[in-house]
Design a protein around this ligand. Structure first.
Ligand code: SF4
Ligand code: SF4
Length: 278
């Protein structure tokens, strides 16, 4: 990272990222503060400087928001991929930022809130993950300011589909305030025993520790401490708390529930997401 004092152009940064894989937005310093002051329910896949659930932060900088096309559930190699792309350019001093990514995507105009609790990316739908990079140098913003849509996606109006489809009964969106029972969702993602829908436990039992007795696996029901309960330590598997599960050092996507993101009204999967590893 060199020390370039010439203002950066947003358009130059945006053009580093191939359009078929990335969407790129801009956050002012004030918008980054709004993201940092929007609480997150829990930290996962932390990467970069922590701008969550606090009052004071390293430095308030202007930033870019990166939305990466990603149909896999648990696979966060986008952080390092974004770093590699940025490192190749002469962009002055920058650093990855961990913040409320949903708020960042909305405020930068790259997506809209949906009633399944996620943000619908205008470019990639629900097949997307988000990261943020902060820049010390001023960025000359896009010519047209993004129009952040702070309301819910109009397609969600009068739609019960994701609530009905959720096998854990975690989605509460019949009436405002809409809310997600994140504990129920997390337990299902981690330890679900549904015959069709995969869970982390099922993947772990099939590929990492097939010798674990089925009756012991059946007793695992609640996700309290994933990295201690499901050890990814055999058959070439390891766990990287930033990227996710690795097999022989490379990202190995672990499939889990996507029922709330696959309904015909809001996705290309027509209500039948193709879980492929189990
Ligand atoms: S199923 Fe899709 S369109 Fe319907 S409320 Fe849920 S997120 Fe919105
Ligand atoms: S991921 Fe599955 S369990 Fe979680 S809210 Fe969506 S449908 Fe429900």
């Amino acid at each position: 990272m060199s020390n370039n004092k010439v203002p950066l152009k947003f358009s130059d940064i945006r053009d580093l990222f191939p359009r078929e894989q990335w969407d790129v937005g801009f956050l002012t310093k004030e918008q980054l503060k709004i993201c940092a002051y929007s609480p997150i329910k829990g930290k996962a896949q932390e990467y970069g400087e922590d701008y969550t659930n606090n009052i004071h932060f390293l430095s308030i900088v202007n930033s870019i928001v990166l939305v990466r096309h990603s149909p896999d559930s648990w696979e966060y190699s986008l952080y390092k991929e974004a770093d590699e792309i940025l490192k190749k350019a002469d962009l002055g001093e920058w650093y990855p930022i961990y913040t409320n990514f949903k708020q960042a995507a909305v405020l930068s105009g790259l997506g809209v809130r949906a009633k399944n609790s996620l943000v619908y990316s205008y470019r990639f739908g629900f097949d997307a993950k988000v990261c943020v990079a902060g820049f010390i140098e001023e960025i000359i913003p896009p010519a047209r300011a993004a129009l952040a849509d702070l309301k819910y996606w109009e397609r969600c109006a009068n739609c019960p589909d994701c609530r009905v489809a959720c096998p854990a009964g975690a989605i509460h969106n019949e009436a405002e305030p809409f809310w997600l029972d994140s504990g129920k969702c997390d337990d299902f993602i981690g330890f679900g025993d549904h015959p069709r829908i995969p869970s982390i436990k099922k993947f772990w039992h099939k590929f990492v520790h097939p010798e674990a007795p089925q009756e012991e696996v059946d007793k695992m029901k609640a996700l309290t401490n994933l990295d201690k309960e499901l050890l990814f330590d055999a058959n070439g598997y390891t766990l990287d708390m930033q990227t996710g599960v690795l097999k022989d050092g490379k990202p190995a996507p672990v499939p889990f529930c996507r029922e709330c993101q696959a309904q015909p009204r809001c996705s290309k999967w027509r209500g039948n997401y193709p879980y492929d590893a189990l």
